[in-house]
Design a protein around this ligand. Structure first.
Ligand code: FNR
Length: 189
């Protein structure tokens, strides 16, 4: 059985190391997982004024989330938290009230930083947000990428075999988690 995984890249930078990581993950994913990016860059800043008549950009984003089986967040850490562009996208998907797009969608979080503790703090903040929007999260293994020069090229090729192997095994764990969560939701009690 195959699953479509919506990928959110939390950086708008043209040379984003997190986009490189997202490309690497697409290459290293097991064949059962099809990783497709859900763009977030063009979303306006969310306001609840939009709730009465959601604009096309918001509806298209919610439709894109509805169309995938699982969610993969690949994000930088900004000032020890989640970049505003990513939080904005989550806010769009969570509304209008009663139509939260993330509910029950299994998710995983990762991110790259040149810093020694990588994106650890941002990932904890993101996990808190995902809990609130009722997305079951892969708790363990965690995936923190300390990005050094040349670790991943623009095409998503990973230069350190141990890192590539770790990412591959992490995605396999995510696959198992998706199978469990989606399978459990099919059970009627
Ligand atoms: C950063 N950076 C950063 N790094 C980190 O490890 N912890 C942090 O809290 C921050 N804070 C921060 C704030 C802002 C506004 C910027 C622009 C940068 C550095 C960051 O990890 C680095 O720029 C990465 O390259 C960002 O990821 P992308 O955009 O290359 O994917």
């Amino acid at each position: 059985m195959s699953y479509t995984v919506g990928v959110f890249v939390g950086s708008l930078a043209s040379d984003s190391i997190n986009r490189k990581l997202a490309r690497a993950l697409k290459k290293l994913a097991p064949p059962e997982l099809d990783l497709v990016e859900i763009p977030i860059a063009e979303l306006p800043l969310y306001s609840r004024d939009y709730d009465a008549d959601y604009p096309q950009a918001g509806r298209a984003f919610k439709d894109a989330v509805a169309a995938v089986d699982a969610l993969l967040f690949v994000t930088p850490e900004y000032n020890r938290s989640v970049p505003g562009v990513l939080k904005n996208a989550i806010d769009w998907g969570s509304r209008p009230w009663g139509t939260n797009s993330f509910a029950k969608k299994p998710s995983a979080v990762t991110g790259a930083s040149p810093g020694l503790i990588s994106t650890a703090v941002a990932q904890q903040h993101l996990r808190s947000i995902l809990s609130f929007v009722n997305s079951p999260e892969l708790a363990n293994p965690e995936c923190y990428i300390h990005f050094t020069d040349g670790l991943i090229d623009n095409d998503g090729n990973v230069s350190v075999p141990g890192t590539a192997e770790f990412l591959r095994s992490w995605l396999q764990e995510f696959h198992i988690f998706i199978v469990k969560v989606v399978g459990a939701q099919r059970i009627t009690i």
